[in-house]
Design a protein around this ligand. Structure first.
Ligand code: SIN
Length: 299
């Protein structure tokens, strides 16, 4: 089950996605003890932010829509969370969001000093003005943010991509050229829910990000497409709920996956279940390592 993402080795390919249970050391340690290969923190910015008012989440049968508004305690208040999580031996990726390359570099430097194993750049939140996909939809801005962070830190730099663009491959290629060590794909799909009875949008922010089962096929397409343009590892995200879902992402070209909505739906125990299912799948299909599966669909 050992997974390699560039120079990093992880005990298994199942990581906690940013945004779910990633704000306290207690919850991240619990996720790791439940069988995750590692965790990605909630996205952390320069200052504390309250986020949007409720309703911020809308759940339905095949997924979830959320617009939290990047609530977080601010980077200066996150050092203890990282040190406690790392002290428990958890493979920890620090997710950060900023408004420009200077903010991203500052945040990445802080995360590195706090002790994270890698930093994930949120270039993809689909609904907060001035952040996320506003930067991540432009190859030039992605190149400049990733390049600045690359200069600022020695730890691996992962760039998390938005699916809400015409050509994800070119944007991922810009991140690779600027020095990213891995591409994470995808963040949520920009969407909205409407209540006909209330005659209004459901979320307070009107627009949100769609995740879960409903987006698995967008994620698979993104991983496959990015793999054709990039040679760095790709980490697949979107709708992973079973061992066979993981296998699909690996065969599409992912080196590892992140799980978010399924953890919100079923709790941290989902990591152990998915790992067992993946192992059964590999045994049935005659695979003895993850490496044998990665990218077969592209050959
Ligand atoms: C949020 O905080 O609203 C979600 C963040 C993201 O989608 O990256």
């Amino acid at each position: 089950m050992t997974s390699r993402v560039g120079k990093i080795t992880i005990r298994n390919p199942l990581l906690l996605a940013s945004g779910i249970l990633g704000e306290s050391s207690g919850s991240m340690i619990r996720v790791y003890s439940s069988g995750a290969g590692g965790v990605v923190t909630k996205s952390i910015g320069m200052e504390p932010r309250d986020g949007y008012r409720n309703p911020t989440v809308y759940e339905f049968e095949s997924g979830m829509l959320n617009a939290m508004g990047l609530p977080n305690p601010g980077i200066e208040h996150f050092s203890d969370v990282i040190s406690r999580t790392k002290a428990a031996g958890v493979f920890t990726v620090g997710s950060i969001f900023g408004g420009d390359e200077n903010e991203f570099s500052h945040l990445a430097g802080k995360m590195e000093a706090y002790g994270v194993d890698a930093v994930e750049l949120n270039l993809s939140c689909p609904h907060v003005e001035g952040f996320g996909s506003e930067l991540g939809s432009s190859p030039e801005r992605v190149r400049s943010v990733v390049g600045a962070v690359r200069q600022a830190v020695r730890i691996p730099v992962w760039a998390k991509m938005t699916p809400n663009v015409a050509d994800m491959g070119s944007i991922a290629a810009a991140a690779e050229e600027a020095g990213a060590d891995a591409i994470v794909a995808i963040n949520t799909v920009r969407a909205m829910a409407i209540s006909a009875r209330l005659r209004r949008p459901v979320l307070s922010n009107t627009y949100g990000g769609l995740s879960g089962e409903a987006v698995k096929y967008v994620g698979l397409r993104a991983v496959y497409e990015i793999g054709k343009k990039c040679s760095i590892p790709v980490i697949g995200v979107g709708g992973v709920r079973s061992g066979e879902d993981v296998a699909e992402y690996l065969v599409a070209g992912a080196s590892a996956v992140q799980i978010g909505t399924a953890v919100a739906e079923r709790g941290p125990g989902v990591f152990g279940q998915v790992a067992d299912e993946l192992s059964d799948f590999m045994e049935r299909e005659g695979f003895s390592s993850l490496k044998e599966m990665i990218g077969i669909a592209r050959r």
